[in-house]
Design a protein around this ligand. Structure first.
Ligand code: G3H
Ligand code: 13P
Ligand code: ZN
Length: 324
């Protein structure tokens, strides 16, 4: 058992308290490899933003859990020693689907875990979430639960239709489970195809009415938004221009996320946008410089583009820049 505190991570409690008070949201960026992690760390250091580094079950499988943990620890050392940055960093398990996985993450030094029982019947969701909370709180690790189902494909569940969070359930759920934050479904979904809209049409707005009702039932309680990539059209076009096939990819407009960040939404999850930017940049380089075969020559520019995207989001969308 290694304590996250020894590794230099923080849990999300203080981060969320400040975000709630300051009317901004903490960015939660997923990483699977070194370049993504570097871009996140450098972008957040440069914009002086607190950050949540997210690791999914799929990321653990892809990169190896031990390696990811040491990479995250290395990122803290790089921040403090090389970048001279003191930004708070949480290491978070994204979409934990079992008690055992959450326990393994905590034992490895994660400071925060999500137990996603959103696809389970209500009482079973409460039961598994409470079990994780009881274990995690012994080590001062914070826990995110989820109520409502996001459309799209998650690691363990695929759903065509989203089921919005029912505001009548939230008070009962947070009281009986003891969770520290709650992910809700108000119209976002995972991936690059969030809404079916005709070219030139705007996606439907998020259900701010549901969010407001939830805020009334659990005032001051930290809310989390999954599926919050904006799928920037310039990068979709860049991808498609250089041989990609991302027809009809649409995300959540940035002004909607800005509005959410000013409310009780304290954590905004972004993964797809990072994937998109990296892929677009690599496609462009492969096309324009076919002689290149040193991975640093294409992964380097892709990393730079991702860093710029992260700075933009922290400054202009989440409002977390300058809050480190
Ligand atoms: O919510 C899902 C995240 O984007 C993680 O995706 O399971 O493909 O790693 P992944
Ligand atoms: P996106 O697919 O919109 O980036 O959402 C990521 C997410 O919710 C990770 O948990
Ligand atoms: Zn998610």
């Amino acid at each position: 058992m290694v304590s996250y505190k020894e590794l230099g991570f923080v849990n999300t409690r203080e981060m969320f308290r400040k975000a709630m008070k300051g009317g901004y949201a903490i960015p939660a960026y997923n990483f699977n490899n070194m370049e993504q992690l570097q871009a996140i760390i450098m972008g957040c250091a440069e914009s002086n933003s607190p950050v949540i580094l997210q690791v999914s079950k799929g990321a653990r499988k892809y990169a190896n859990p031990t390696l990811l943990r040491y990479m995250a620890e290395g990122a803290i050392q790089m921040l403090r020693n090389d970048l001279k940055s003191n930004i708070p960093v949480a290491l978070h398990l994204d979409h934990g689907d079992s008690f055992e996985l959450c326990k393994a993450a905590i034992e490895m030094g994660f400071s925060s875990v999500m137990i996603d029982g959103s696809h389970l019947p209500y009482e079973e969701n409460i039961e598994i979430t409470r079990k994780v909370v009881e274990y995690a709180h012994q080590y001062d690790v914070t826990v995110e639960g989820e109520l409502g189902v996001l459309a799209g494909i998650e690691e363990h569940v695929s759903s065509d239709k989203s089921i919005y969070t029912n505001p009548d359930d939230v008070e009962d759920f947070v009281t009986r489970t003891g969770v520290d934050s709650l992910a809700i479904a108000i119209g976002t979904s995972h991936g690059a195809y969030k809404f079916k809209v005709k070219p030139g049409e705007k996606p439907p707005p998020l259900r701010f009415d549901i969010l407001e009702e939830i805020e009334k039932r659990i005032p001051g309680f930290p809310i989390v938004l999954h599926g919050s990539s904006s799928v920037p059209q310039e990068y979709v076009e860049l991808c498609n221009k250089y041989g990609g096939k991302l027809e009809g990819a649409v995300g959540v407009p940035e002004d909607q996320l800005r509005r959410a960040a000013k409310s009780a939404v304290c954590k905004i999850n972004i993964d797809t946008d990072g994937r998109l930017v990296v892929t677009a940049k690599i496609r462009q380089i492969f096309y324009e410089q076919p002689e290149v075969f040193d991975p640093r020559k294409y992964l380097g520019p892709a990393r730079e583009a991702l860093k710029e995207l992260i700075i933009h989001k922290n400054k202009n969308v989440l409002g977390s820049a300058g809050q480190g």
